[in-house]
Design a binder for this molecule. Sequence first.
Ligand code: GDP
Length: 365
Amino acid sequence: SLTAGIVGLPNVGKSTLFNAITQAGAEAANYPFATIDPNVGIVEVPDNRLNKLTDLVQPKKTVPTTFEFTDIAGIVKGASKGEGLGNQFLSHIRQVDAICQVVRCFEDDNITHVSGRINPIDDIEVINLELILADLETVTKRMQRVEKLARQKDKAAVAEYDVLSKLKTGLEDEQPARATDFTEEQQKIVKGLHLLTSKPTLYVANVSEAEITDPDSNENVQKVKAYAAKENAQVIVVCAKIEEEIAELDQEEKELFLEDLGIAESGLDKLIKAAYSLLGLATYFTAGEQEVRAWTFRKGIKAPQAAGIIHTDFERGFIRAETVSYDDLIAAGTMNQAKENGRVRLEGKEYIVKDGDVIHFRFNV
Ligand code: GDP
């Protein structure tokens, strides 16, 4: 499954946030026999639709879908030169599918900042530069390898060399690979390079307890937002300290706590949703009397593959996907009414599953 890595300079609140993630985590309940890497935190994906479907169907059990975060410790200046734990850090980043970069926006004189003062843009650039330098090395090495073939006018090599040159120009200009535009064909080549700066990225602005109700009053948050806007990246504001406290509460207490603070949704819940969609993930539902359940799929997959997420037999013996959109089902009030309204479709093998589909798979065993 896909995972988002949590990175950031020391003392920005990564461990605090990751602690909140594992506290809130689903592992104890849903993975009793699994050995879970201590650096992986599995959380439930908050989804109000699941609650509504539960009200509608009244099943015996409701099962949310989950999402994995990976804690990536140890970024230091000079990582790309292999300093300190640098190489290890980069290889851990290589293994994740998206990056959530935690940026310190809270002031606290008792907590040292690595460079002595709070400057979120400098912090972001320290990390991004290490990733850019590592990619520059990957790209340069690759160029040396394809250069000869490209000079001999080998078609594939010429195409790759073009892509590499373009990447190199951007990286030398301190631009992440994701900021360079490529055609669809070229994107396939870029993908094959597994660059660190082509991974989808979002920023997590960590603010103080006092600022959580009005984060825009924090100048650092404004700066991070402006920076992120330039690369079309999202910013999620959290107070890691508060998230840590919330994670210890049960659902009811949590709602009261948030209501007291005057916020609709916890920062962590926002982060989970944002990371999920950053990775191109979406949710479909199954809704039976036994169980109402949310399932994660990658946007773009077809019905049989989606069935395969539940069980390989469902994919192999796939016949039809009886499908109704969440909105149509809720509007109808019951599954039977949705059928009467003609809203339940029989979809075949070529159907591209959509976020919010409620599906009953028919299959041969
Ligand atoms: P890491 O090195 O990035 O993992 O940072 P930590 O999570 O260990 O946090 C460093 C220090 O900052 C700890 O003393 C935390 O309690 C504190 N800290 C983290 N998040 C917040 C926050 O939102 N508000 C305040 N006031 N302190 C925080």
